[in-house]
Design a binder for this molecule. Structure first.
Ligand code: GLN
Length: 493
């Protein structure tokens, strides 16, 4: 027996997670109806967006029915009955996991990622697995072996950002109420920014990476996409926490993030780093970010000019460390253990044929860069040097957070660009992440949220905090969101 639906069916996909929770608990809405509305929305728009690689219709309907039983018996958790999407680098037992790569075509994991387990325990509903650049390497989803995702804003001819572009687009296009992504150098915050939604990279170690297909293990972190900061606090609270299966998982207690949303930023010191207004930044993006900073000052925060001088080395350091770690992590895809398996001559030929045909050009580029940087004779000159510079980037932040509570910048130097515009220019593509990468290098948390529009395309504000400073970051973001009209807009699909 499902509860009555008092909310018009067409509006169900506009609800926030917090709003839906109230309606579900009051039995004014059923999880079955809420889920069906999202599945219907996927059927109506996803041929144009391509946010999903795999839609989990039957799983979702069964989870929704179970959620309705659980709500009926009065022990609902925050996410019971809430339709969510999962980036296809998170392994799941009841759906394929491809990481956007041909080399994992047909792969089915025998276990669930830790975050997937946690969401199942909460009784969440899985709409499907979302598109990603192959092995999360990219900034536009154009590196997916299964075709790109389209940004739901504007004329559908722009990228959603990447690598978690499918998750960002699914949330923006109302094809899920929230989603999980992974962020190694900006892959949650940049696509959240391009798609006008909220995206958060937590502190390194805050969320277990067990069952996340590894790209660069010392940088990867899982985090939420939502349409409000409050929903991000809810989703983060559900996935954060210690996991003994991830040796980098932090043992620290998980606070009630939602309780941190006081709406008040008075007296907080917000650092504005000169180095983050980079050359080549779109003047409209700069103007919107400066206006957001002025708004925060108007709300009572103290704005403090700061300097993070090593920022300028962040990008080049990242493009040594990330490929080095990826070349090691991707060695496991050899045609024997997972997915695609092509037989040719002897075992070595089979490895080479499988990898040659299974990996796309960007993944091969990264493996070659990383193998080179790790090879004997170059290791000290490149990898060790890059790790030393990484320490300097981290020290910049330590120094800054001795005097400020958080740092406010743009998320990306531009709004979403056109599909195809940067595919042939890897360096231009890499420049997208110049403002997001330093946080991964330092392991600190960061959130992206809308702060304006250029024409129809969203502009995004980034707020960075100290290690385990998720509460302060969420509090500032929520206060800003409440004081401004940006979250009211929705893409006209
Ligand atoms: N765009 C960056 C890269 O290509 C970051 C990717 C990510 O965060 N997963 O490596």
């Amino acid at each position: 027996m499902v509860a009555l639906t008092n909310v018009p069916h067409t509006d169900l996909t506009d609800l926030t997670i917090a709003e839906a929770r109230t309606l579900l608990d009051r039995r004014e809405l059923s999880a079955a109806d809420l889920t069906q509305a999202h599945l219907d929305r996927v059927s109506a728009v996803d041929d144009r967006i391509h946010a999903y690689l795999h839609v989990m219709t039957e799983t979702a309907q069964a989870q929704a029915a179970e959620a309705d039983r659980r709500i009926g018996s009065g022990d609902a958790a925050w996410l019971t009955g809430i339709p969510l999407a999962l980036k296809d680098v998170l392994v799941t037992t009841d759906a394929p996991t491809t990481a956007g790569s041909k080399i994992l075509a047909g792969y089915r994991s025998p276990f669930d990622a830790a975050v997937v387990e946690r969401l199942r325990t909460q009784g969440a509903v899985f709409v499907g697995k979302t598109n990603t650049d192959e092995f999360a390497m990219g900034s536009s989803t154009e590196n997916s072996a299964y075709g790109p995702t389209h940004n739901p804003w504007g004329d559908l001819d722009r990228v959603p950002g990447g690598s978690s572009g499918g998750s960002a687009a699914a949330v923006a296009a109302r094809e899920a109420m929230g989603a999980l992504g992974s962020d190694t150098g900006g892959s949650i915050r940049q696509p959240a920014g391009f798609c006008g939604v909220v995206g958060m990279k937590p502190t390194y170690g805050r969320v277990s990476r067990y069952g996340l297909i590894a790209f660069a293990s010392s940088l990867d972190q899982i985090g939420p996409f939502t349409r409000t900061v409050e929903d991000a606090a809810i989703l983060l609270g559900a996935i954060a926490g210690h996991d003994p299966r991830d040796s980098t998982s932090l043992p620290d207690h998980v606070p009630n993030y939602r309780a941190a949303l006081t709406g008040d930023v008075r007296g907080l010191k917000l650092g504005v780093p000169a180095e983050y207004f980079v050359e080549g930044m779109d003047p409209d993006v700069e103007a919107a970010v400066r206006a957001a900073i002025a708004e925060l000052a108007h709300m009572g925060a103290e704005i403090v000019p700061i300097s993070l001088p090593y920022t300028k080395y962040g990008l080049s350091t990242y493009y040594i460390i990330a490929p080095a770690e990826c070349s090691a992590n991707l060695a496991r895809f050899d045609g024997v253990k997972y997915g695609l398996s092509l037989h040719a001559g002897d075992l070595r030929d089979s490895y080479e044929t499988t990898r040659a045909q299974g990996f796309g050009p960007e993944v091969k580029r990264r493996i070659m860069l990383g193998t080179y940087a790790l090879s004997s004779g170059y290791y000290d000159a490149y990898y060790v040097k890059a790790q030393q510079v990484r320490t300097l980037v981290k020290r910049d932040f330590d120094t800054a957070f001795a005097t400020v509570d958080a740092i406010v910048t743009a998320t990306s130097p531009t709004v979403a660009f056109k599909l195809g515009e940067k595919v042939d220019d890897p360096l231009a593509m890499y420049l997208n992440d110049v403002l997001t990468i330093p946080a991964n290098m330092a392991g600190i948390p960061g959130i992206a949220l809308p702060c304006g529009y250029k024409g129809e395309m969203p502009i995004s504000l980034q707020i960075l905090g100290p290690v385990l400073g998720e509460e302060i970051v969420l509090r500032i973001a929520d206060a800003y969101e409440r004081a401004t009209p940006w979250r009211e807009r929705r893409p006209m699909l």
